[in-house]
Design a protein around this ligand. Structure first.
Ligand code: SF4
Ligand code: ZN
Length: 313
């Protein structure tokens, strides 16, 4: 049987495109890149994703979900570089203050310094303002469900922030590793419909379409791009971060990608196939509206209203 594993070259190799020392080996393209070529390559690929998938069009106001962490920082910087000079596109940033003691203040500070430096309009929304309590208070005795509860609330808060900013697109910093993990997690959970809904659900009804311009960029490439641009910040991790299944899948996929480069991109291709099969299916699930708040959803109640009910809010 053919072995398609890629062997890492020995020693410090030169860039495949020039004679400078390489800073990164792109295993799925089997080539080395120096700092200059890596920066150019990442910016070109993000611009290509935006254009080829019509993620952003003239007249758009793009709200970037900015946590202050590395992916959202890279996203805002990249969009500012690619689109900053365009008069027909507006960039704004939306930051969510969940209310997590000892963690959020530092990342909020990083987000504020970044938008001030770039001169970008910034909206911050606190869970306390929207839902009446901080995440710390909401999670009392429910810490084991932290990320699933926080995820539903964050999603609503981001959409609210984007609406307040008058945005026509909501951009998030999900990278290729995140996206490939989500595809595999949906398969493992047996939730193929969620896989198909993932990228389009928010585009329906009155939600602002959600876009992920970094969806084809590896996490490692983003981290290297930040380091090369002097934008790397060492910030604390969220104290609630657990995501048990995601952590397992993350480790497994990283190992598979190392041994068999291109695996993550192939998972994304499979997601597209499932999406197109579902969208061409006659009599697909119609979009319904939550009977409490009116948001688009697949049942009688949206996830937020289900959560509010279970929390007794
Ligand atoms: Fe919320 Fe979990 Fe992210 Fe912390 S790690 S901010 S709890 S989703
Ligand atoms: Zn609802």
């Amino acid at each position: 049987m053919a072995d398609d594993r890629v062997q890492e070259p020995r020693g410090i190799p030169s860039c495949s495109l020039c004679t400078e020392p390489a800073v990164l080996f792109q295993r799925d393209r089997h080539r080395h890149l120096c700092g200059t070529h890596l920066i150019g390559d990442i910016e070109e690929r993000v611009a290509e994703t935006i254009t080829s998938q019509n993620l952003i069009v003239p007249g758009d106001c793009v709200a970037v979900g900015l946590s202050g962490g590395k992916d959202s920082t890279a996203l805002l910087l990249l969009l500012h570089r690619i689109l900053g000079a365009r008069k027909d596109i507006r960039l704004v940033a939306v930051t969510i203050d969940e209310g997590i003691a000892g963690y959020r203040d530092e990342t909020l500070g990083a987000a504020e310094r970044l938008v001030a430096r770039l001169g970008i309009e910034h909206h911050t929304i606190a869970f306390k303002e929207l839902f009446g309590d901080s995440l710390d208070a909401i999670l009392k005795d429910r810490e084991d469900q932290a990320c699933s509860i926080c995820g539903v609330l964050r999603r609503k808060a981001l959409i609210t922030g984007a609406e307040r900013a008058g945005a026509t697109r909501l951009a998030t910093g999900h990278n290729l590793d995140d996206e490939a993990q989500s595809v595999l997690m949906n398969v493992l959970r047996g939730d193929l419909f969620r896989l198909a809904r993932n990228s389009s659900a928010d585009s329906a009804g009155r939600f602002i379409p959600r876009i992920k311009p970094l969806m084809y960029i590896h996490e490692k490439e983003i981290a290297t791009w930040l380091l090369l641009n002097g934008e790397w910040n060492d910030l604390p991790e969220c104290p609630y971060a657990c995501h048990a299944l995601r952590l397992e899948v993350r480790g497994m996929l990283a190992g598979l990608e190392y041994e068999f480069p291109g695996m993550m991109l192939r998972l994304m291709e499979n997601k597209k196939i499932v999406e197109s099969l579902c969208s061409s299916r006659p009599g697909g699930e119609p979009i319904r509206h939550c009977t409490v708040c009116g948001d688009p959803c697949s049942g009688d109640l949206c996830q937020l209203c289900q959560l509010r009910r279970s929390l007794g809010k």
